[in-house]
Design a protein around this ligand. Structure first.
Ligand SMILES: Nc1nc2c(ncn2[C@@H]2O[C@H](COP(=O)(O)OP(=O)(O)OP(=O)(O)O)[C@@H](O)[C@H]2O)c(=O)[nH]1
Ligand SMILES: [Mg+2]
Length: 444
């Protein structure tokens, strides 16, 4: 500190207090496609923050400055943390039900600051954190803001007539020919639902017609139609309302207020599903990333002034494979998001990628097979009642090759939850590193 004058001290004091006054509220958004692990992540994140427990990689905890947290009343529909936590702590524990709407939770974190003067003035600081869980599918709708109804119809119909969607689009396409307005809309929704549930696809636009439809305002559901169809004008008007009353308000009312974002990606289901599905997930991911590439999309800037300055991409459920596979898991996710993330980085958003486990349900164990050491996992498979040791397979360090797909080597299993306990350590993997990236600087 050589050369620092009393004036410097006073100046940094003023700056520090200013920051404390205006910078003590962070909105941390948690998203990811369906079943990517948002609810479990949010639950164990809050569980560990509340108890200030097992967070060694969080600097404030490591330096003994993080004191804990409490839940305080927040805004909007609440994330029912208590119920989700109780399910994971029950005997036997239960995974949460699927969720399809935006919910949030407000926490007040207590910590001791690092700054010399603020330590003297207010020894214990508070940081208010809103954690917002919302379906990643909603981000797939951003490009619709710049897409005309004619264009959307052209693209959607062309996609529906190609493999693999052609297998299930017949009923909807028939209804367009012969049905009435509500029959067509229902047919379209059913088709989208089957794209997701039967074909296991991720890139499903419009995302909000799938997730959170119960909350949609009157007259905002629609179906794409071929040009010249008698109901074209009606559907085009409905589509416009969908964009104006559903898509834009999400960006204006919610997205524009997020400060930090974590995007969870379940690479295991992408790999299990096969090459076409893997490509489809990559398209979905890069579309999601467009929401963070502010300058590129242009639309976002015109619509709102976004403030997200850090995004973390996390390969979730890393406990599906042995610990020695985690570096590959991280690398594969990096490769999947690389093209789009280059643009987002350009916009000045800090990014990081990691492989994490919100609730560890397996242990890595070494076994021997034909005199070769094999890294296996021990855990209880979903719907089985005993623990087994199995070789879960390996994660390729690169985008999968033809040979990888041909060999049918990706068959990852889902596990039953292990009971979340109050004082046990090692129930997560790198959850603390995620918190350090997302909130660490706010706890200084
Ligand atoms: N082994 C393991 N499985 C996990 C973990 N997190 C989530 N899962 C599995 O992933 C499933 C989905 O997790 P959720 O947290 O409900 O996922 P979500 O993104 O909230 O899903 P939706 O609400 O349907 O969008 C769970 O039922 C578990 O099978 C984890 O940390 N470890
Ligand atoms: Mg959920």
């Amino acid at each position: 500190m050589s050369g620092s004058s009393p004036f410097d001290h006073a100046w940094s004091f003023v700056g520090e207090l200013g920051n404390r006054m205006f910078d003590n509220h962070v909105r941390l958004a948690v998203t990811g496609l369906r079943r990517s692990g948002k609810t479990v992540f949010t639950t164990t994140l809050v569980h560990h923050l509340l108890r200030a427990h097992d967070l060694d990689f969080l600097s404030a905890a490591h330096q003994d400055r993080y004191l804990g947290a409490r839940l305080i009343p927040g805004e909007g529909e609440r994330f029912t943390f208590e119920a989700f936590e109780a399910d994971l702590m029950a005997d036997p524990p239960r995974w949460p039900e699927a969720t399809d709407r935006l919910t949030s939770l407000r926490l007040e974190l207590r910590y001791r600051a690092t700054g010399f003067l603020s330590k003297m003035v207010t020894p214990v600081q508070t940081l208010v954190v809103d954690i917002i869980d919302y379906p990643g599918e909603w981000l797939l709708d951003l490009p619709l803001v710049g897409t005309s109804y004619e264009q959307l119809s052209r693209d959607s119909l062309a996609l529906a007539r190609r493999s693999p969607r052609e297998r299930i689009s017949r009923d909807w396409l028939d209804r367009i020919e012969t049905g009435d307005s509500s029959g067509m809309i229902d047919g379209y929704r059913l088709y989208l639902e089957r794209c997701q549930h039967e074909l296991g696809l991720s890139f499903i636009q419009p995302g909000r017609l799938m997730h959170g439809i119960d909350d949609l305002p009157e007259g905002t559901t629609f179906t794409p139609l071929p040009p010249g169809h008698p109901l074209e004008a009606e559907m085009a008007a409905r589509y416009q309302r969908y964009v104006e009353e559903v898509v834009k308000p999400f960006y204006e009312d919610h997205f524009s207020r997020f400060d930090r974002q974590i995007v969870l990606v379940d690479l295991f289901s992408c790999l299990n599903a096969g090459p076409d599905w893997f490509d489809d997930s990559m398209t979905a991911l890069s579309t999601i990333l467009e929401s963070f590439a502010y300058g590129q999309s242009g639309w976002i800037r015109r619509l709102i002034s976004p403030r997200i300055d850090k995004v973390l991409f996390a390969a979730s459920k890393a406990d599906h494979v042995a610990a020695n596979q985690h570096p590959n898991l991280k690398q594969l996710l990096e490769l999947m998001i690389e093209p789009a993330s280059r643009r987002a980085r350009f916009e000045g958003i800090r990014q990081d990628v990691l492989a994490l486990t919100a609730l560890r349900c397996t242990d890595t164990v070494q076994t021997e097979h034909q005199r070769q050491a094999l890294s296996c996992v021990r855990g209880r498979l979903k719907n089985e009642d005993r623990e087994t040791v199995l070789f879960p397979g390996e994660i390729p360090p690169d985008l999968p090759s033809e040979e990888d797909w041909r060999s049918g080597r990706f068959r990852f299993h889902d596990f039953a939850p292990r009971r979340l306990r109050r004082r046990a350590r090692g129930q997560h993997v790198r959850l603390d590193q995620a918190i350090e990236f997302l909130l660490g600087d706010k706890l200084e």
